[in-house]
Design a protein around this ligand. Sequence first.
Ligand code: FRU
Length: 473
Amino acid sequence: AVYSKLIHEDVKAKEELENYVENKISSINPRFRPHYHVAPPVGWMNDPNGFSYYKGEYHLFYQFYPYDSIWGPMHWGHVSSPDLVHWKQLPTALLPNEEQCFSGSAVQDEDMLILMYTGHIVTDKEPYYNETQYLAFSNDGINFQKYSGNPVLPAAPNGSPDFRDPKVWKHGDHWYVIIGSKTTDNRGRVLLYRSTDMRSWEFLTVLAESQGDMGYMWECPDFFELDGKFILLMSPQGIVPQGDRYKNTYQNGYIIGSFDYETFEFIQEVSFQEIDFGHDFYAAQTTEVNGKRYLISWFSMWEVPHPEDVDGWAGMMTITRELRLVDGKIIMKPIDEMLVLRENVAIVGKVEENEEVEFEQAVEINIGANFNKKVELQLEGREGGDKVWLRWDPEVGKVVVDRGSEDTRQVEWQANNSHTWRIFLDSSSLELFCGIGEVVFSSRVYPLGGWKLINLSIQDIEIEAYHLKKSFP
Ligand code: FRU
C-alpha cells in the first residue's frame, strides 16, 4: 500500500531498448572485452549504482548510455550475481524520462528493492540543470517502476543545483541518506537526511565539508562502519595535485572518524586518503552482506581516452574487493571467491632475470621476490599494444605503475606482513594488490593478443599464475 502510487513505465520503450542492445552486441569488437569484469553490453558505462543484496543475489546497477560509447542521457544498466564473481546482464533497469537517471543506491524494504537516484533535469535557465532525488521500486529485482510522488527530496538546503548521488541505508527505525553537494562558495560537502518512509526526508546536518583544500564538489559519497570506525568514502572533484598524490582527473578516497546517531556528528580522526593509487578508479560504492564490506568501483576516469570506444563500448568495473581497516588505513583485497575463477596453472616456479613468460588475456599472477632488492616487471601485449612497468625500489620505498610517456602513479608501500604482489590482468586492465591489499593500483592497459611478462629485476622471481575463467558474458 505504501508504494501503491507507481508510475507504469513505458513498456514499449523498454522492449525497444532491449532489442536495440541485443542487435548491437554482435557488432562489438571483442579484442578489449573483459573476461571477468562487468562492462556494458554496448555503449557507455560510468559509476556503479545500487550495489546491494536482494532475494539471494547481488545486484549491481551502473550509469549507462546504450546508444554510443560516450556519456549521454543516463540510464541504469543492471547485472546480478550469486557470488560477486559470476555476472549476468539483466534488462536496463531505469530509462530517462524528463529526468536523467544519475547515480544512487538501493535498499531492501520488506519484499521490495528500492532504488534512490538523482533525477538530473536540464533547464533553460542558468545553471541549466537541477538535481533532486527520485525513487523506483521492484518486487522481483528485474522490473522497476518509478514512484509517482517523485521527487522525494527536492532541494539542497542552500539551493545548490549540485545535489546528487544518494546513498541510503537503514539504522534502527530510520532510513538515512547522504547526498553529495557543495557550499555556495564552491566547497565540496556531504549532507545527511533521515526518514521513516523513504518518501519524506528531514535534513539533519552537514556530515562533512571541505575547508577549502578538498575540492569544489563531492560526488558519490558512501558512509559505513568498518572495524569500529566510520568511513566517509567519496569522490571529490577539484583537488589540486600534490607530488605523487591526486594525479587523476578527479579523486576517490576516504576520511576515518567516529559517528554518533544521537548527535549526528561525524568527528574526523584521519584526514582524506586515496583508496586506490591507479590511473582509473572513481565513484567506488560499497555494500555489506554477512558482516563483510564489499567495494566495486568504476574502472575508468573522466576526461581520459577510452581506446575501446571505437569497438562499440566504453568503461568497466573493478573486481569486487573486501575492505578492512588496519592501522588507520583501508586494506582492499580481492574477495576470496576470486579463487573459483582459476582455470589452470599458467606457470608455477622461478622466472629468471630477463626471462619472458606468456599468458592468455585473463590471468592472475602472484609474485614473490626479495623486496630488499629492486623489482621490475614489464607487461605487454603478445601482439603489441600497450606496455606497462611495475617497479619497486627499496631505497625509495615506493611502488610504481608506469604506463610509459611519464604516465606513472606511485606510492609508499610498507608491507603489513606479506611481501608479495598479486596481479589481476584482463584484456584491458591491470589490478595490482601489494601485500594483503595495503596498496592497490587499478589501471586500464590495452595489450593486444594476450600478455607477456618480462622479468627486468636483477634477481630471479617466483611466480604462481593461473589463467582465469570467463565469468561475464
Ligand atoms: C560521477 C558522476 C555523478 C553523477 C554521474 C552522472 O562520476 O558525475 O556525480 O551522478 O556521474 O553520470
